[in-house]
Design a protein around this ligand. Structure first.
Ligand code: NI
Length: 178
């Protein structure tokens, strides 16, 4: 088990466009994915993108049954998503609060597509195709943004709804929020 250091906003490595994955189910990839799950679970994250630990590949993980950082969120299946392509299923957008392990201590309301299709492959190069909405769609958009060098504060339209978690969500255990 290796919990890796999560890069924080301001690190230029978070602003890169990630490279496509071309080799699958290698020892290096198995170790990377195991480390990413260890790192995400240690931080109670809902998702993690490889660039957040300094690996510039199009690989994200996400999913949880219950999440301490988002106690009201419905469960999202545990997923390894590689070389993803997102297609919005409508023009409808909705605002919702997000945090990020690379932006510790803060939350902001971010407009996201309400529903979308995501396609890609898993770590065994098996195809993934899902139509999702709500929080699941939000998590995918947030994680895939990391592969484009985009952090959620760059998507905020209404900065009156951007602030410190401990102030805006005082009922959340501060130890659960990074
Ligand atoms: Ni993030």
């Amino acid at each position: 088990m290796t919990v890796r250091e999560i890069l924080k906003m301001g690190d230029p490595r978070l602003l890169r466009v990630a490279e496509p994955v071309t080799e699958f189910d290698t020892p290096a990839m198995r170790e990377l994915i195991a480390d990413m799950f260890d790192t995400m679970h240690a931080a109670n994250g809902a998702g993690l993108a490889a660039p957040q630990i300094g690996v510039n590949l199009q690989l994200v993980i996400f999913g949880f049954k219950q999440n301490a950082r988002y106690p009201d969120a419905p469960q999202v299946p545990e997923t390894v998503l590689i070389n993803p392509v997102l297609t919005p299923l409508s023009d409808e957008m909705e605002e919702g609060f997000e945090g990020c392990l690379s932006v510790p201590g803060l939350r902001g309301s971010v407009p996201r597509h309400t529903s979308l299709r995501y396609q890609g492959v898993d770590q065994f190069q098996q195809p993934i195709l899902r139509d999702v909405d709500g929080f699941h769609a939000r998590v995918v958009q947030h994680e895939v943004d990391h592969l484009l060098g985009v952090l959620y504060p760059m998507r905020i339209k209404d900065f009156s709804r951007f602030g410190f978690t401990e102030v805006m969500f005082p009922d959340l255990d501060p130890n659960e929020d990074d």
